[in-house]
Design a protein around this ligand. Structure first.
Ligand code: NAP
Length: 305
């Protein structure tokens, strides 16, 4: 029997993982999913208590401080949750002989590379959030337990707050939307991440030290926020009649530059991550980003469309 402790179950990835691991016929898994109240990462004592009590074989930690812009003025809290907490989780996991799957981000890179990033490329975060996530990665590696750090990007799904749902909401109420068209990356569906992690759980041998480390885990292909928004609108319109969704008011999407949409935190211009290592080591390959979007879209029916 494999006991899995899952954090942040009310987040996008945590929610999708809980659903996936409950339905997936993974041999003999006992899943203990925790909300923020059940496992508060801002409380080191609480983290230690829960892990010592549960004694899991595997901890999966998608919980994080993800308010990228707010982190610029909440540096201490961002580091407490994204750096100190993963360190404590790793220490406690090592203590009870558990392995750790942790999530990180494209924001560990500065985005200045001309081509897509490999796991071996130099990191250089340009935001507090990115720096806090990098510090979390480094703290886990320093503890030296069996771990997978999965760097993903542009996460969205039918659950939680995200770009997909914001675009649909705005396109229902505005005739024109201005969307950044000079940041490049891969939108990654929460369900694609969850399916990939379920495969990793079956294929990973934590005691094989060669498998421990950092992996990019993103949907295949690439686009811009403008390209993503265009595809969302196209897929919405193709499904709207059949799903009984309201017609969009939107008449035009306007491509703008990052400079025309200033935010407190800087974002990498290039967020493209090559996921080949994940495929080479574990045989795990994610679908194209537009394919995953088509899988997520019908689930929006249940929402306030
Ligand atoms: N979202 C993206 O675009 C993106 C991109 C790249 C990488 N990532 C990484 O992917 C992972 C999953 O992201 P996501 O999109 O699923 O994030 P999310 O939807 O914002 O969920 C984050 C979760 O963390 C929980 N959390 C926050 N503070 C906590 C605390 N003190 N104690 C316990 N739980 C706490 C939140 O709890 P509440 O529900 O109570 O607020 C929420 O459930 C994170 O590691 C993130 O850094 C995300």
């Amino acid at each position: 029997m494999k006991k899995i402790l899952l954090t942040g179950v009310n987040g996008q990835v945590g929610h999708a993982l809980a659903a996936q691991l409950q339905q997936q016929p993974i041999a003999q898994v006992q899943l203990i999913s925790c909300t923020r109240q059940q496992l508060d990462l801002s409380q080191p004592v609480h983290i230690r208590q829960v892990i010592r009590q549960v004694k899991p074989d595997l901890i999966i930690n998608p919980a994080a401080y993800t308010a990228v812009d707010q982190a610029e003025t909440e540096r201490e809290l961002a580091f407490a949750i994204n750096a100190t907490a993963p360190q404590i989780i790793a220490e406690e996991a090592a203590r009870v002989n558990a392995a750790l799957i942790h999530f990180s981000t494209d924001y560990v890179y500065d985005g200045s590379k001309a081509t897509a990033y490999l796991e071996t490329d130099a990191v250089n975060p340009v935001s507090v959030y990115g720096a806090s996530k990098l510090a979390g990665e480094q703290a886990i590696a320093a503890v030296g337990l069996p771990h997978l750090i999965l760097r993903t990007s542009w996460v969205y799904g039918s659950y939680g707050k995200n770009f997909l749902k914001t675009i649909i909401r705005l396109a229902q109420s505005r005739e024109q939307l201005r969307i950044v068209a000079d940041q490049h990356g891969a939108p990654t569906a929460d369900i694609a991440i969850a399916e990939a992690v379920a495969q990793l759980i079956e294929r990973w041998h934590p005691h094989n030290a060669e498998q421990t480390g950092i992996y990019h885990l993103v949907n295949r292909g690439e686009t811009t926020w403008y390209g993503f928004a265009s595809e969302i609108v196209a897929q919405y319109q193709a499904l709207a009649l059949q799903q009984g969704w309201p017609a969009l008011l939107l008449k035009a999407l306007q491509a703008i530059s990052t400079a025309e949409y200033p935010t407190p935190a800087r974002r990498p211009q290039n967020s493209r991550l090559v996921s080949n290592k994940l495929e080479q080591v574990f045989g795990v390959r994610l679908p194209g980003w537009d394919t995953s979007l088509a899988q997520v879209m019908p689930a929006l029916s249940a929402l306030e469309n």
